[in-house]
Every structure is written in structure tokens, then in C-alpha cells.
Design a protein around this ligand. Structure first.
Ligand SMILES: *Cc1c(COP(=O)(O)O)cnc(C)c1O
Length: 375
């Protein structure tokens, strides 16, 4: 796809950018440019697909792909996204390797997942190669924003919104796709300290047949009350259980979860439709198998976990996702009960984390062909 370029006339100075990159935090500062691509429905084509039974096929065209100055979007107050929340997003990172080249990790997996989210939310598909090209086009302009400090990266945030000015309830006929980028330090601070999580019993994040498997902004909105409840009791994150009588573990508000047993099993909840299919999760399953762990994707109940940490059968618990990579979970609080993870130093979580970061930053060999060069 052809992209046009409109330069930002008030780009950050080299000095200002250096100041930001010295201590970027997470999600606070943005690069000089962003990608925008517009989508318009082809109503005739859509009607035909609908009659043919392909009722979720969004027929239309992407147009006016551009790299433009980062800045506010111009949206009608009646834009559908503001009322009915047709919004999906992705998250991946760009890493600067030692030779200065810039790489990202498994971008096609994010592109494919965005299209699965789009399908669930009745939004248009973006061709996977255009998704990847959009990242390349942005990095062709803003690569100076990729930091090179320890644990630093440039977080890339592709997203798609319904822009049509219409208050009727149906899928919008206009959408826009964007990519913005934000320099990132270590998500939970410099040292890898185990976090404490709160079991959400009053608030659910996802349900069967719902939107839990889509990377959909509304899932995050639904998780915030639980997050606040946990935070008010001093916990860092929240874990959601399914609502079955067995109470199976699902995931945190924005990270998947893993368990390591003393007999070398690496267990993660299987994908049931209510859990987000993390790219990090999938990568850890593959790396875990290579490191000689017995990997299992299955239901794991709250009781199994509780008994496991009490008896020592479960040694480590950790969460994973692009933003924070791997975060050890030191304790889980279920109302007044607090359960402590046996391991103090999380050797398996650390080994997996080092291997994953090693690949991403170009220090270890990329034996899976997971890296994609952006600039
Ligand atoms: C994005 C996300 C994850 C992690 O996915 P990655 O692809 O590994 O970054 C996990 N859970 C939820 C709810 C998410 O939105």
C-alpha cells in the first residue's frame, strides 16, 4: 500500500527527546508521527455478503494511508466509538539492537489477532502485510525514538475505531486504523520484584460468548473496578476466575498467567474463549518446551492452585504480556486469605524471561524467526 507523508513541523528537539528517553516511564510520551488509514464500507458489496450468509464480513476499502504528525484526532461527537465502543487495539514493541537496527517481535501474530478481534467486534479486516507495513512506515520516520537503555523499548500501539457519525445501533460504516508509539522503560520499575494480586470476586471481566478473547478496550474498562478494589487493599494486579463452580483461573486484567510445578511442569490456562491469546504466552509455551519443561494448557482451578502453593507442588506463579514481559507473582489474596508462592527467586520465570528478552534484543539467536526488522 502507498503511504503519503506529512512531516511534523514541530518535532521534539534532539535535546528534548534525549531527556524523555532517559526516563520514559510507560505510555506518557509519544513520538512525532502516527499512522492513519481510513476505511469506508462498500454498501452494495456488504449487502451481497450479508445475503450470502457472510453476515460478519465487512466489505469496504482502506484508503489514504499516511504517516502524519502525532496529534489529536478530529471526531464527530456522534462518532460510533464514543457511544458503542467499537474499538480494538494491539500492543508490541520495537527494540534497538546493538548495531543500531530496529526490530519487532512476531508482528504477524499481532496482525492476525487484531483481525480476530475485528471479526468479533464487527469491524473490518486489515491485511496483515499492511499492518506490518504501517509499523515500518512509522519507524522510517520516528526510529530516533527507539531507546537503547537496559530494558527499554518503543511500545507500538496499533488501534482501530469506528468513526462514523451515526447514533443508530449497527456496525459503523467508517473506521480508522492508527499506530502511535511511546518510549517505554521497565513496566513495573527497574527491579524484577514479585507482585501481589487480588482475586476479583465482585467483578467479572469476561464471560462465555463475550468479548474476553478480543483485544477490545471495553474489556479493560470492565476490569478497572476490580483493579481499584485490589489496589485499595494494597495489591498490584487483579486475577479473574471464570464463573463456573470449579473456579478456573483465567488471567489478569492484561496479562496471561503461568504456574511452574516442582516436577517441572509449566501450566497455563487453556484458551476457552474468555482468555486473551497472548503472543508472549504462546512464545513462553514454545521456549518452555525447549528448556525441557513439560508444558500443559488446561483448566487449572483455584483450589488446585491454593493446595499447590500450600504443599509446594506449585513452586512459581508468574504473569506475562508484551508490556511487562514476565512478572513473578509473589502472593495472591482472596478476600482475607493470603497465599504465598513458595519460590523466592523464581528461577524458571527468570530463565524464560532472559531467553525471551535475549531474542528480542538480539543478544540470543532468534532460532524461531520471530524477529522482523523495522528499520
Ligand atoms: C494484550 C493482553 C495480554 C497479553 O498479550 P501479549 O500478546 O502477550 O502482549 C493478555 N491479556 C489481555 C487481557 C490482554 O489484553
Amino acid at each position: 500500500m502507498e503511504f503519503r507523508y506529512e512531516a511534523n513541523q514541530s518535532q521534539a528537539s534532539d535535546a528534548r527527546r534525549a531527556e524523555i528517553l532517559a526516563n520514559p516511564g510507560f505510555g506518557q510520551y509519544f513520538t512525532d508521527h502516527m499512522v492513519t488509514i481510513d476505511w469506508t464500507a462498500d454498501l452494495e458489496g456488504q449487502a451481497k455478503a450479508f445475503e450470502a450468509g457472510e453476515y460478519l464480513k465487512m466489505v469496504g476499502d482502506w484508503s489514504d494511508a499516511r504517516v502524519e504528525p502525532y496529534g489529536p484526532l478530529s471526531l464527530s461527537p456522534a462518532a460510533a466509538v464514543l457511544h458503542y465502543a467499537q474499538e480494538i487495539f494491539e500492543g508490541l514493541k520495537a527494540y534497538r539492537h546493538e548495531d543500531g537496527s530496529i526490530w519487532t517481535f512476531r508482528p504477524k501474530a499481532n496482525a492476525a489477532r487484531m483481525n480476530r478481534s475485528a471479526h468479533r467486534m464487527a469491524m473490518p479486516q486489515l491485511p496483515e502485510d499492511v499492518f506490518v507495513q504501517a509499523l515500518e512506515e512509522l519507524m522510517a520516520r520516528d526510529s530516533a525514538w527507539v531507546p537503547n537503555g537496559e530494558g527499554q523499548s518503543l511500545y507500538l500501539r496499533p488501534f482501530m475505531i469506528a468513526t462514523e457519525e451515526f447514533l443508530g445501533v449497527r456496525p459503523a460504516r467508517n473506521f480508522s486504523f492508527h499506530v502511535i508509539a511511546s518510549p517505554a522503560g521497565n513496566y513495573f520499575g527497574a527491579e524484577l520484584k514479585p507482585v501481589s494480586i487480588w482475586v476479583s470476586r465482585d467483578f467479572a471481566r469476561a464471560g462465555e460468548g463475550g468479548t474476553g478473547a478480543a483485544k477490545f478496550g471495553g474489556n479493560y474498562a470492565a476490569s478497572l473496578a476490580a483493579q481499584l478494589q485490589g489496589a485499595s487493599r494494597g495489591h498490584d494486579q487483579v486475577v479473574f476466575l471464570d464463573r463456573s463452580p470449579e473456579e478456573s483461573f483465567e488471567e489478569l486484567g492484561g496479562m496471561n498467567v503461568f504456574f511452574v510445578t516442582k516436577d517441572n511442569k509449566l501450566i497455563t490456562p487453556k484458551l476457552t474463549g474468555t482468555i486473551l491469546e497472548g503472543v508472549t504466552r504462546d512464545s513462553i509455551l514454545q521456549l518452555g518446551a525447549e528448556q525441557g519443561l513439560d508444558v500443559e494448557e488446561r483448566r487449572i482451578t483455584f483450589n488446585e492452585w491454593k493446595d499447590g502453593v500450600a504443599s509446594g507442588d506449585i513452586q512459581e506463579v508468574f504473569a506475562c504480556g508484551t508490556a511487562a514481559v514476565i512478572t513473578p507473582i509473589g502472593q495472591v489474596a482472596d478476600r482475607e486469605e493470603v497465599y504465598t508462592t513458595p519460590s523466592a527467586d523464581f528461577p524458571v520465570a527468570n530463565a524464560l524471561r532472559n531467553r525471551l528478552i535475549g531474542i528480542q534484543t538480539g543478544v540470543d539467536e532468534d532460532t524461531h524467526g520471530w524477529l522482523h526488522r523495522l528499520a
